[in-house]
Design a protein around this ligand. Structure first.
Ligand SMILES: [Zn+2]
Length: 542
């Protein structure tokens, strides 16, 4: 077997420890870590790290690769944050795709438009075909007049249950559809064929490898509210060796059904295991988001008496499904944004432990925008991991103007309380929620430590977002923020014995970054030179 020696760089050894050292890989495993000054073995291949850092491959504990891939193959507005740039990218795509019946894509931010939402009028004269563009947070859609006409939407169209059409002073739809109202136009989009879905998933995999991600947990597999089902494509890619990442699939809990769907999850788990894919997780959406009042709150939103948001599942239903999934040895991956949603997730796990005992199924709660102070210590007690989307914890324009006012001064102090969770012994894991936000773990880690945005990030927009921390006392130590994407994410992905640390005997899932990552200032512009999975190069910087 071929040996590769990595020298002349810094190794990240976990728990905040950076060391000048060399690393020897034979085949797919790490076989030795040699401190500087130690005798170096001979190896067929030598990699000169050129003063950069070598880490275990990053693991993303909450991501939607297929959605991101489909977006990047359509009109991809993610790379920019400017109204004029959006219109230019849309026009360019239209010109390059003259035969497409409809034009689709997404990734725009509302804060560049007056009033927070774009309108059909903005798209007047761009193209005569229907144009439909998802917002970056996937909670709304911007459409043009042709799309409204084709879908038969006009002033007489009522708001659907769980959704809303933004209207002008005369009651006419302006071209902005929120939440379930998106379904009014979705049928205009041709369902992507098998080949397109596979291509999108492979494009997403390439992009994740390019930011050093070697393993991830897909946060919605199955027939979900979040686009086409990626399961068949994962299984095909795995079967023909095109899946180069280690993936865990979180199967979508259908809220219209009950525990009888668990037999279907078991079937998929077995089918996936046969091609080496772990589908032993179930995703349960408890609520939505704060900004549009769909988070589930213990107390009403500030200035909105009686409005405590929406819970998609009752506490009783959560207890029943969590207990049953735990008994069947599924990991439950909860989506909880409001403090009531978080509490009910913890209550459900507590009830499952009471019934089933501690089965070690590594349940985790993603996002955690708000946690009541009395619930913080329960994460460690119940061994529930806090799956944080750290890049959100900064003073973005959207957060300052649309979210904080709904919390009020007192509750604002319980906003993304990652520092409190850590001090109370909670296990912190990192997820990007890409394409909602950047998949770059280095940017998330930097924000977890500084609670500010990065000057390199086009979406870090707002007064003081770069300089003024969002609740600085909730910052995480650098080692904790790094391990959230390494050993702790490996634990949540059931890969901790094999990955997540640079240690003899573990799989050689590695990322070589071109900067010294013990220096926080390096994170914004640092880039990945090479990514390895099981000793094989899966990404090489151009
Ligand atoms: Zn998500």
């Amino acid at each position: 077997m071929d040996a590769t020696l990595f020298t002349n760089g810094t190794l990240y050894l976990g728990a905040g420890a950076f060391e000048r050292a060399s690393l020897l890989v034979v085949g797919d495993r790490i076989v030795d870590v040699i401190p500087d000054g130690g005798e170096l073995p001979t190896a067929a291949h030598l990699v000169d790290l050129a003063g950069g850092t070598l880490l275990p491959g990053f693991q993303d504990a909450h991501v939607h690769p297929l959605l991101a891939g489909l977006q990047s193959l359509g009109i991809d507005l993610k790379p920019v944050h400017d109204r004029g740039e959006y219109l230019r990218l849309i026009a360019d795509y239209a010109a390059a795709n003259p035969t497409a019946p409809v034009l689709t894509g997404g990734g725009w931010f509302g804060d560049v438009f007056e009033g927070g939402f774009p309108t059909a009028a903005e798209l007047e004269g761009v193209d005569g075909r229907p144009i439909m563009l998802h917002s970056h947070d996937a909670h709304g859609m911007w459409v043009n007049a042709a799309a409204l006409r084709a879908a038969g939407i006009d002033g007489a169209t009522p708001d659907p249950e769980g959704g809303r059409l933004i209207r002008d002073g005369l009651g006419q739809p302006t071209g902005m559809l929120l939440e379930s109202a998106v379904a009014l136009v979705e049928h205009l989009m041709p369902a992507p064929g098998e080949a397109l879905v596979e291509a999108a998933l492979e494009a997403a995999q390439r992009e994740l490898h390019s930011v050093g991600v070697t393993a991830w947990q897909d946060a919605a597999v199955g027939d979900s509210d979040l686009g086409p089902n990626p399961l068949p494509a994962y299984l095909r890619l795995a079967a023909d060796g095109r899946l180069t990442a280690r993936v865990v699939l979180a199967q979508w809990w259908d809220r219209a059904r009950g525990v009888e769907q668990i037999v279907d999850f078991e079937r998929v788990r077995a089918e996936a295991a046969a091609v080496g894919v772990d589908a032993g997780t179930v995703k349960v959406m408890i609520d939505g988001m704060v900004e549009n009042h769909t988070a589930s709150m213990l107390e009403p939103f500030e200035g909105h008496p009686g409005d405590v948001g929406i819970a998609f599942l009752s506490p009783e239903a959560l207890v029943e499904l969590t207990t049953a999934l735990d008994a069947a040895d599924f990991q439950v991956h909860f989506h909880a944004v409001g403090d009531a949603a978080t509490r009910h997730a913890l209550d459900a796990v507590e009830a499952a432990i009471r019934r089933n005992g501690r089965r070690g199924n590594r349940h985790h709660v993603a996002h955690l925008d708000l946690i009541d102070t009395s619930d913080i210590a329960r994460f460690a007690e119940l061994d529930v991991a806090a799956n944080v989307t750290a890049v959100w914890a900064r003073r973005d324009e959207e957060i300052v103007h649309r979210k904080l006012p709904l919390l009020g001064a007192e509750r604002e102090l319980t906003h993304f309380p990652f520092g409190d969770l850590h001090r109370a012994g909670a296990r912190i894991v990192g997820g990007s929620d890409w394409p909602v936000t950047t998949p770059n773990p280095l940017w998330s880690i930097r924000t977890a430590v500084t609670r500010t945005g990065l000057v390199e990030d086009p979406h870090a927009i707002g007064d003081g977002v770069l300089t003024h921390p969002l609740l600085g006392e909730q910052a995480l130590p650098l080692g904790v923020a790094l391990d959230a994407y390494l050993s702790e994410a490996a634990w949540v992905n059931r890969l901790e014995g094999e990955t997540g640390r640079l240690e003899a005997g573990r799989l050689a899932d590695l990322v070589w970054v071109d900067a010294d990552l013990s220096d926080l200032d390096a994170y914004g512009s640092a880039s990945v030179r090479r990514t390895y999975v099981g000793g094989a190069v899966v990404y090489q910087a151009p």
